[in-house]
Design a protein around this ligand. Structure first.
Ligand code: G6P
Length: 369
């Protein structure tokens, strides 16, 4: 097992550090930024139909559902197709309205999650076209779908999903870019720029990982926190949900993710000097709004850890701790901003002596309801 962990203490840490490679693998043979092309072989027969799509429904569970929330923003922004994201378990039991011209995307690392499988069987029986975004080749969900794109992240052993999440987001982003290009909803110039920016992501993830020691120091300070709040806006809202999920899964600390603007409708009542608040506050279209959300928390003496864009000169002066991520196109930010949150939860859990790779009560793949 020590050999399988490749010198890392846990599979989770190994998988976090594999992300420059796993993200590159999820683009291999697909994105060619030099030639300016993007091909998703599995979907090529459906591209004409997708260009006319009226609605996309995304289903998944856990971390895969969070990848779906990121995809909702990306698809709507680039391809201008309305997207609904559903927990597979809710979708399957509420007599959902599914039309034969709907496209359903099932996201699943294992490809075996019972609720997700049942959800696509239901959608299929109503005539929808089903795509899979799975990591495990030949898995039940991959076989049940009409077509799809594998994430190619390699085996993920740690129960808490890390590299599978970023690979899912990478694949879904490629789908959105390809469909947007086909529909003509993005300019050729933006298309080319997105391909270049996507290709630069693996190297930028490598840069984020260099902050591991600093994140470890921050984790040490908050080891005994009883609660955490994670706040983000726009594309960083699902990142906040995923950061909170990672922390609760492996450290057993209660954590909530919220859209930062919703804080004033509830969570703000929890803020005092004992409440760590993680802001995902990169420089994007909601930057100024999130700066004022940070001020609201600091005014109530909350302790703030902020994920910021490299070179940010404002937020570091307002908060207790900052972790920088490189600049990228707005829609790609989750691929960078989610990484420090994985490391933060990992180090907190290790310092609390938790079984990081196999947290209590959780299974890697939930094949029963
Ligand atoms: C379990 C795992 C999670 C995962 C979820 C969905 O709860 O512990 O890490 O996100 O199932 O799994 P899937 O294989 O469908 O992505």
């Amino acid at each position: 097992e020590a050999i399988e962990k490749g010198g890392y203490d846990h599979f989770m840490l190994k998988e976090i550090f594999e992300q420059p490679r796993s993200i590159a693998d999820s683009m291999r043979g697909r994105v060619n930024s030099e030639e300016g092309t993007l091909q998703l072989g599995g979907l090529s027969d459906y591209m004409d139909k997708l260009a006319e799509a009226k609605r996309i429904i995304i289903v998944g569970c856990g971390t895969s559902w969070h990848a779906g929330l990121v995809a909702e923003y990306v698809f709507e922004e680039l391809a201008r197709i309305p997207v609904e994201v559903e927990y597979a378990s809710e979708f399957r039991y509420r007599n959902p309205i599914i039309n034969p011209d709907d496209f359903v995307i099932a996201i699943s690392q294992s490809g075996e999650t019972a609720d997700t499988l049942a959800a696509i069987q239901l959608a299929k029986s109503k005539g929808a076209t089903i795509f899979g975004v799975c990591n495990v080749v030949g898995s039940s969900i991959a076989r049940e779908t009409h077509a799809g794109a594998y994430t190619h992240a390699g085996p993920e052993i740690g129960v808490a999903s890390t590299k599978a999440f970023t690979a899912q987001v990478t694949v879904l982003t490629q789908m959105a870019i390809a469909i947007a290009h086909k529909r003509g909803s993005i300019t050729e110039e933006l298309y080319q720029q997105l391909l270049l920016d996507l290709s630069a992501i693996p190297q930028k993830v490598g840069q984020v990982l260099k902050a591991a020691d600093r994140i470890k120091e921050i984790a040490y300070i908050f080891t005994y926190a009883r609660n955490f709040i994670y706040l983000g806006r726009g594309l960083n809202f699902p990142v906040a949900l995923e950061g909170a999920l990672k922390l609760k899964e492996i450290s057993y600390i209660h954590a909530e993710g919220y859209p930062a603007a919703e804080m004033k409708h509830g969570p703000i009542a929890l803020i005092d000097e004992d409440m760590p608040v993680v802001f995902i506050a990169t420089k994007d279209s909601s930057y100024e709004k999130i700066v004022s959300n940070i001020q609201e928390v600091k005014a109530r003496k909350g302790r703030v850890i902020a994920i910021v864009t490299e070179g940010d000169e404002l937020i570091p002066n307002m908060v207790d701790f900052v972790i920088e991520v490189p600049e990228t196109h707005d829609i790609l930010i989750p691929l960078l901003s989610s990484i420090p949150l994985q490391l933060l939860s990992y180090y907190v859990a290790v310092m609390r002596g938790r079984n990081v790779d196999q947290p209590r009560n959780l299974a890697k793949s939930v094949t029963v309801e």
